[in-house]
Ligand binder design. Structure first.
Ligand code: ATP
Length: 588
């Protein structure tokens, strides 16, 4: 498949305003991929060089991209810089200048998708002294033989700014459409994706072995499994009723979710985050403990990494755990804040897939392999049959500085990548406010007026995620509670992902000053959820949706452990609306 064709499809994708059209275009594009091309095609469309847990960074800065465009077209660097400043996008400048190049073009052979992807991989793999020159040279070699349209996308991809607005669910649906003409294969493909976290791999298996091949995919070490998620219910009674009168109740630790993969023979450990990124460099002590404390040869376990002071029995705030994210100073931090992994699940053990085993069996397996080193510990838990027992345990956890509890169905499998009632969370509630915070995705922002004019930032338009439709639906406008620092940093961050029109997967009646590509998640607390015609979230046939009242951001910035599709779902907002009404009625 020629990259020229890919670029043509990308151009079409950029112009669409409906997700269904997007699926048709993608399905058409996937239909053109030849053997071996599906993987690179999918990764490139995601703007990546591999699955998120392996994806390399191209390491090309804007000024080097400008240099490459200049060298490939014969224009001066100053001219390219001036034009880029005006256009705000070097991709379109590369396109324009390729169309009026001052150099003689010898376009002997056109690029295939695999050539472009291969060169991008080479660029990412070039490091050390003189690497910038080498990277530019490789980029110039691509641009010199590229059409104007190809140049647009080569440059945007190289800068990590492809932003076609295509989500994982949309790709899966398009793959299904290409394979079966409809949605018939979607569930099988989604299941495969849930256990390997790699869309390129799913696409490749589908292309080579059909839907049957994808359905047979098994858990494998070092391919992260998409995490099981918890539903919410507001009371112990309702939780036990849903669990048929009996369940396990575990402490809910407010740390960092960590999926640990270990192969003893290879002395290899990898740790993955909630959104399947590599956490291994950030958690060296947990990685070391996996080898020394887990009695197994090959294993995948999951737990919550949290700073815990053994001497005082005190759990430290989430902020302190997350400080580790700063790459520097990890050594010192490992000494000053000892991290522990409170393990709560077992997904794979010595060749055996545990995902479909019931919770009680997975838990027994987990407890049997955790040694005595003390860094990795099983999560604390009880078995509850009466609401009073669950309630008392919950109060104890909150008293210990924890977030609350997660109740787990004793016979339930591990439901990868889905929010199901096999896990139900109950968190500390705040009187008079919504009992839980929500994680919303930013879809736009406003310019500041009055006092805020100097920051050119006046607030955010935020959305929930409708999983079924794969669409981000506006749910609130957040206009208060920002510090000066936050305003500056949001403005800086959002300017980089500004888009000229409403993204195809965004549904919103409200129009912000600027739309942005749904990327960043903020944690928000609100006073209540109300019905409102202003917001698209969960809107019914008369156009009335749900909205958050008096929203404010409660974290310092964005939640880096979540991707746009991990936002609180529309379904959750509607459930929370129902629970809030119930609590009010009970309060009376
Ligand atoms: P939250 O912001 O409430 O943590 P979330 O969307 O990140 O929500 P949920 O699926 O709603 O995730 O809640 C489960 C989360 O709680 C897990 O992602 C995990 O990080 C954390 N957790 C802490 N302790 C446990 C436990 N014992 N069992 C399962 N999850 C736990």
């Amino acid at each position: 498949m020629l990259f020229e064709e890919v670029a043509f499809y990308y151009q079409k994708l950029e112009a669409v305003s409906s997700r269904l059209t997007m699926i048709d275009i993608l399905a058409g594009m996937f239909g053109k991929a030849k053997r071996g091309e599906m993987r690179p095609l999918i990764y490139m469309t995601q703007g990546l060089l591999g699955p998120p847990f392996e994806s390399l960074d191209l390491g090309i800065a804007e000024k080097f991209a400008q240099q490459a465009v200049a060298a490939a077209t014969g224009f001066s660097k100053e001219e390219v810089v001036a034009l880029s400043r005006k256009a705000g996008d070097i991709g379109s400048v590369a396109e324009e200048l390729a169309g009026k190049t001052r150099l003689r073009r010898i376009r002997s052979e056109k690029h295939g998708i695999s050539d472009v992807f291969g060169t991008m991989l080479k660029i990412a793999g070039t490091s050390g002294q003189g690497s910038q020159e080498a990277k530019i040279h490789l980029l110039v070699s691509l641009l010199s033989a590229a059409s104007p349209l190809e140049s647009r996308y080569i440059i945007r991809f190289a800068l990590g700014k492809l932003r076609l607005g295509v989500g994982d669910a949309t790709i899966l649906e398009a793959l299904s459409k290409n394979a079966t003409g409809g949605r018939e294969a979607k569930q099988a493909l989604e299941n495969a994706y849930n256990i390997c976290g790699d869309l390129g791999k799913v696409g490749e298996i589908l292309a080579e072995s059909g839907v049957g091949g994808a359905a047979e995919l098994k858990v494998s070490l070092f391919n992260p499994i998409r995490p099981a998620l918890a539903e919410r219910l507001p009371t112990a009674e309702e939780i036990l009723e849903k669990m048929h009168g009996r369940c396990a109740v575990e402490s809910k630790y407010d740390g960092l979710r960590a999926q640990v993969h270990m192969d003893r023979a290879k002395k290899k450990v990898e740790i993955f985050s909630r959104n399947l990124e590599r956490l291994t460099p950030m958690l060296p002590d947990i990685a070391a403990a996996a080898l020394s404390e887990i009695n197994a040869d090959k294993v995948i376990i999951e737990g919550e990494a949290i700073a815990y002071d053994e001497a005082t029995g005190e759990f430290r705030p989430f902020q302190e755990t997350i400080q580790r994210k700063r790459k520097h100073g990890i050594e010192e931090k490992s000494l000053s804040i000892p991290l522990h992994l409170f393990a709560f699940d077992l997904m794979y053990l010595d060749g055996e897939d545990y995902l479909n085993k019931p919770y009680h069996e997975r838990r027994a397996g987990l407890e049997s392999i955790i040694g005595k080193g003390g860094i990795i510990l099983p999560s604390d838990r009880i078995l509850a049959e009466k609401p009073g027992e669950l309630e008392k345990y919950f109060e104890e956890q909150v008293g210990n500085g924890l977030e609350g509890i997660v109740a787990k169905g004793l016979d339930s499998p591990y439901v990868a990548g889905a929010r199901k009632f096999s896990w139900i969370k109950l968190k500390r509630s705040y009187k008079g406010e919504l009992s839980d915070t929500v994680d919303l995705v930013i879809i736009g922002y406003y310019l500041g007026r009055g006092q805020r004019a100097e920051f050119q930032f006046g607030g955010l338009l935020a959305a929930a995620y409708d999983e079924k439709k794969d669409v981000f639906e506006s749910v609130t406008r957040i206009g208060t509670g920002f510090s000066e620092e936050q305003m500056k940093s949001f403005k800086r961050m959002l300017d980089k992902i500004k888009v000229s029109h409403k993204p195809a997967r965004v549904d919103s009646v409200v129009v912000p000053d600027f739309w942005v590509e749904p990327t960043y998640i903020v944690e928000v607390r609100a006073d209540e959820i109300t019905r409102s015609p202003m917001h698209a979230c969960g809107k019914d046939s008369s156009g009335i949706g749900y909205a958050l009242r008096f929203p404010r951001i409660i974290s310092d910035g964005v939640r880096k452990d979540k991707s746009a599709e991990d936002a609180t779902t529309t379904k959750e907002i509607i459930e929370m609306f129902g629970q809030q009404r119930k609590i009010r009625v009970e309060d009376k």
